[in-house]
Design a protein around this ligand. Structure first.
Ligand code: SF4
Length: 456
């Protein structure tokens, strides 16, 4: 305790480094080998890996000025760089990692602490399993970090950090007007070609497999004046930025979605986000999106098999809309907004025929892009609790396999091997040259329609 107080009680001791572990490495060797030959698959993986952590940049903005701060990507560090960080004089390291990289984060944290630095861990995984994380950190943050951050730093300065800082999911962090702009200025602009921007947090739906929707926060939307300030800052740092909205379901509120789309359109930036299929119901929103710089919408269609959607979300929202997928996607893409449709394989109602069904539906829907992943029980989700209770989590699978591309549980209607093989074959089929070329044609057609579309 005395050492901690001495260290943080001096100005030299108040040096805080944020370290982000993003991106994942597929564990399944064969799938990884396939992935290396699939351009679209690799591109999306690289894009995600190359995004900076908006969560950490946000905490940086909540850090008092008397702290010296820095930001690094873990993947840009070399083995042995823990010593280097100690030599540079960092005293406190804040680390955020998703489940697939949490074991690396723990090892790194142990190394840093052995060298005398203090470590704070947070993020979705740590919030779901704080007991697991605690032995690797001086403090863990459970839930949204912003409200706890000033107290946590004050406690470190006083030499008496608590083991755990908990923020309830209901804390309305984004609603506060004039919340600080994330510290985008900590980034080297030339290193990033996609910039994250948060306009909401959580999701009103509660899909059983979704870790993002409510592990740390209930559904809340950001004040548009604050989003406008973030956009101004990004525009000052990047010429013609491409924004990746760090939202779970951007247009869950459509009235507000129209205002947001107008704001994004005024910024002149191109952007990409995730939302649900109900965006197709609002023609005014679609027309606004068409002229707003929206490059693509990623939409969770989840399954080619309607029965697999039963119970995915508690309101039956996805199940009820599945028989209108073609109509909805046609309406969105007819405005020139291309759709990246996402499918999840491995639901309890999926048997071997789901792979062919998925391939055929992707073709029928005329999607401009497609993403397939395996159902993955992330800690904190309803799915995880159910599979654990049913004793179906594979004992051989550790957190590093929560990549969305590795099988981590016993499927209900096929074997683990059948799910693995069927997934690989579907991947090969969907990313075959002619299929990629076909989707590219749809994408180009969307671009053409965007130029000629007249709002209704
Ligand atoms: S709609 Fe998307 S963000 Fe919302 S709960 Fe479902 S998977 Fe999560």
């Amino acid at each position: 305790m005395y050492t901690v107080r001495m260290r943080f009680g001096t100005l030299a001791g108040r040096r805080l480094l944020f370290v982000s572990l993003s991106g994942v490495r597929i564990v399944d060797d064969e799938l990884r080998a396939i992935g290396l030959s699939l351009p679209g698959f690799i591109e999306r993986g690289k894009t995600i890996a190359a995004l900076p952590s908006l969560g950490l940049l946000t905490l940086a903005a909540h850090t008092p000025e008397h702290w010296q701060i820095g930001y690094r990507e873990f993947d840009a560090l070399c083995p042995g760089d823990a010593e280097q960080l100690a030599d540079e004089g960092w005293t406190l390291i804040a680390i955020s990692a998703l489940s697939a990289r949490i074991l690396e984060a723990y090892r790194f944290a142990d190394e840093l602490r052995a060298l005398g630095m203090s470590v704070v861990l947070g993020g979705l995984h740590v919030s779901a399993l704080p007991d697991e994380a605690e032995p690797h950190a001086d403090a863990v943050v459970v839930g949204q970090g912003e409200p706890a951050w000033p107290d946590l730093l004050r406690d470190f300065e006083a030499g008496a950090p608590r083991r755990r800082y908990e923020v309830p999911r209901s804390a309305r962090v984004l609603k506060r007007k004039q919340r600080p702009v994330p510290r985008y200025d900590l980034l080297q602009p030339e290193r990033y070609n996609r910039i994250p921007l948060m306009t909401m947090r959580g999701c009103p739906l509660d899909c059983s497999f979704c870790a993002a929707s409510r592990t740390i926060s209930d559904y809340q939307i950001a004040d548009l004046d604050d989003v406008a300030r973030d956009l101004t800052t990004i525009g000052e740092l990047w010429h013609k930025p491409f924004l990746e909205l760090a939202d779970d379901n951007t247009f869950a509120s459509r009235r507000r979605g129209r205002e947001l789309a107008r704001l994004l359109g005024q910024s002149g930036a191109r952007w990409f986000t995730e939302t649900d299929i109900s965006v197709a119901d609002d023609l005014e929103l679609l027309d606004t999106l068409a002229s707003s710089g929206c490059a693509q919408l990623l939409i969770g269609l989840e399954s080619a098999r309607r029965s697999s959607l039963m119970g995915v979300d508690s309101r039956g929202f996805k199940w009820a809309r599945a028989d209108r997928y073609a109509e909805s996607i046609g309406r969105i893409q007819s405005r020139g907004i291309s759709v990246n449709g996402c499918f999840v394989l491995g639901f309890d109602d999926d048997d071997e025929s789901v792979f062919v069904d998925t391939f055929e539906l992707v073709q029928r829907l005329q999607l401009a892009e497609v993403q397939i992943t395996l159902l993955t029980p992330f800690p904190g989700t309803r799915l995880y609790a159910e599979l654990k209770h049913q004793n179906r989590l594979l004992p051989s699978a550790d957190w590093s396999q929560c990549t969305l591309f590795d099988v981590t549980f016993e499927p209900a209607r096929m074997s683990v091997d059948t799910l693995k093989t069927g997934f690989r074959n579907l991947m090969r089929a969907l990313y075959a040259e002619d299929e990629v070329a076909r989707r590219k044609r749809v994408y180009r057609q969307c671009q053409k329609q965007k130029r000629t579309h007249q709002p209704v």
